[in-house]
Design a binder for this molecule. Structure first.
Ligand SMILES: [Ca+2]
Length: 343
């Protein structure tokens, strides 16, 4: 009887712990900074990742799926379901981008391909999975979007009530000062699929937090911190060291790229800023609350996000555009994220 009672007590405690956890779905185009952000969520004791949905972006969708599986394997968390989503934007073809993340999104340094990877991806499409998981857990799920917003736009087209069933939405994307990183005025994730970014910012009326390109760059860390981060004695740190081995020199030394020109040097893990805001709201110390809209026209501004601080657009819904970050807290989340798997 006593053993039975102990078991019941343990189960009760386990249920209480699970109930206290924040349920999160990560929508990702898994490049290097996505890998960092996913590991941050995996390491956070208050987060339960209920699924990872993949979208094209930093790499083709096939690479993105494999990259997510790799990250989960490094952290020994393969039980988390991974779903394949959109491989192209709503309008037009995918514009293949090969930047410092390489063509495979993780720096083009990993050779050991898993021939069985497709069997490890769920058969359900990512958009259907988003709708199913969020409907089953109404107002419980935080969605963290780290790539082009195509899956989210499709979800609201299939189920118009999808946004109101979310607890909240965290996006890495857009810009607040008209400074672009792939075009003159547009940030990468929004530039890859401006129509989807437009739809999401017009139709997702849940609490929405935006970690823009400028927010990430203005809260950059030092390269000395980055060295400390990847020199930690754990498989996740070793993995990050390997996937950044080719691009480190580029990121540190290139003084002609737009980030350097606008903001100077420093280590910026873009997607991790959105994830950190979801994990611990106190990481964000200042934000602007206002309506926003994505520009769809023009040869220079297509994909740019405009902030409407004077209510010109007469929109009823405002979002939180993050402006200042508690860099010390953020640094601690990063350090913790690479101390995995937990022993
Ligand atoms: Ca990303």
């Amino acid at each position: 009887m006593s053993a039975c009672r102990d078991l019941k007590t343990s189960l009760h405690r386990l249920k209480a712990i699970m109930a206290a956890k924040k349920q999160v779905i990560i929508d990702t185009d898994c490049g290097i900074d996505d890998a960092q952000a996913i590991m941050m969520a995996l390491a956070a004791p208050n987060i339960e990742i209920v699924g990872v949905t993949c979208v094209f972006g930093n790499a083709a969708i096939e690479h993105v799926c494999q990259n997510v599986l790799r990250v989960l394997a490094v952290c020994e968390r393969e039980g988390i379901p991974v779903f394949r989503g959109s491989g192209v934007p709503l309008v037009g073809a995918r514009n293949p981008v090969s930047d410092h993340f390489g063509t495979d999104g993780l720096g083009d340094v990993l050779k050991d391909k898993d021939p069985q990877w497709e069997e490890k991806i769920q058969s359900e499409h990512a958009v259907n999975a988003l709708i199913r998981l969020v409907t089953a857990n109404r107002k419980q799920v935080s969605l963290v979007a780290l790539g082009p917003l195509t899956n989210l736009a499709l979800a609201v087209r299939l189920d118009p009530s999808f946004p109101q069933k979310l607890k909240d939405l965290y996006i890495m994307g857009g810009n607040m000062e008209g400074k672009g990183n792939v075009t003159l005025c547009a940030e990468f994730n929004f530039a890859m699929d401006p129509e989807s970014a437009y739809i999401v910012l017009e139709e997702f009326l849940c609490p929405t937090y935006l970690a823009t390109w400028e927010y990430s760059c203005r809260n950059a860390l030092t390269w000395e911190f980055f060295e400390q981060l990847i020199q930690q004695d754990a498989p996740a740190a070793a993995f990050m060291k390997v996937i950044t081995s080719k691009c480190r020199a580029y990121c540190r030394e290139t003084t002609s790229n737009k980030r350097y020109v606008y903001f100077g040097s420093g280590y910026v893990s873009y997607d991790a800023y959105a994830m950190a805001a979801c994990i611990d709201g106190s990481v964000v110390t200042e934000s602007i609350t206002c309506p926003v809209r994505v520009e769809l026209q023009g040869s220079m501004c297509r994909g740019m996000m405009a902030l409407d601080q004077t209510n010109e657009l007469k929109k009823s819904h405002s979002v939180f555009v993050l402006t200042k970050c508690d860099v010390e807290k953020f640094s601690q989340l990063l350090l913790q994220s690479l101390r995995q798997p937990k022993k």
